[in-house]
Design a protein around this ligand. Sequence first.
Ligand code: AHG
Ligand code: MN
Ligand code: MN
Length: 315
Amino acid sequence: MPDTLNNIAKQGENGATMMPIIQGVGRAAIEIAAVLRGAVFRGALGEAGGENVQGEQQQMLDVLSDEIFLEEMRSTGFICAVGSEEQEELLVIEEYTHADYLVLVDPLDGSSNLDVDGPVGTIFSVVKRKSANSERPHVSDTLQSGRHVVAAGYVLYGPSTMLVCSVGSGVNGYTFNPAVARFEMSHADMRIPATGGYYSVNESNKDKWQDNMGDNLRRLKAETGLGMRYVGAMVADMHRTILKGGVFFYPADNKNTTGKLRLLYEAIPMGFIMEQAGGKSMSKDIAVLDIVPEALHQRVPVYLGSEANVDSLLG
Ligand code: AHG
Ligand code: MN
Ligand code: MN
């Protein structure tokens, strides 16, 4: 009998408390995957007609995925509030304001890939509240550095649906097996290779990059001879980087002067996974996980990959 998400209960000191929350993520993933597969038949592809707080056009599937994820977090009974890329304010779960944990989520990552049937993902992290359980959860509960993350992970909606997660004792990957309708452990103890792989970046921005990154990339390429891959969905680019090695990065540029990727919904959860997989996660001169967030929708530069590649890029 293969290991399922139940196995998370045996992982590290937080596994038992995190298991029901990650099972909730698994239920959301199954629903979101089904909605993605059927979207074209229901007219659910395309823009929703609104903008999110970041000024980006929301797709209908961004909105649906956000609703599904929130409902599944509510159903666990362990979450008092959810901070979402698609919601301006922290969403308090009124039935469970006393619960211990908050979740931060990018419900649908890489949504520009939807129109071309490309891979997309979901990214999440869990933190314990700082405020007393008798109080109403507050946005300040989410503004904790990545060193306080209790669990994090991502779902990749590709040819198969995969849930990759960590409760702080390594990274495991579970693949949804449709024959038995459950996630089964398929990638135990994922570790990024120390060498080899690919560099992954939107190189069309090179002339706008800050921090000398154009020269640094030229040096990395000369030193390593790495090939290049870029899907444009962080989940897919990170998943390949962990399995094959290399580095994924999104520097600050003259348009996105503080970087593009969101600290709480993308950088911290992926930084946590990368460190747990034996790699390095930097935001220029500070580790991603050492940044103390100042705002829910803050953006930062990210450099995630094998230690040697990240050091070479930032050197
Ligand atoms: P989202 O779809 O959640 O807004 O995220 C898109 C992000 C990330 O997934 C990806 O790495 C990056 O944007 C791609 O940006 P560019 O199109 O600028 O390369
Ligand atoms: Mn995203
Ligand atoms: Mn998104």
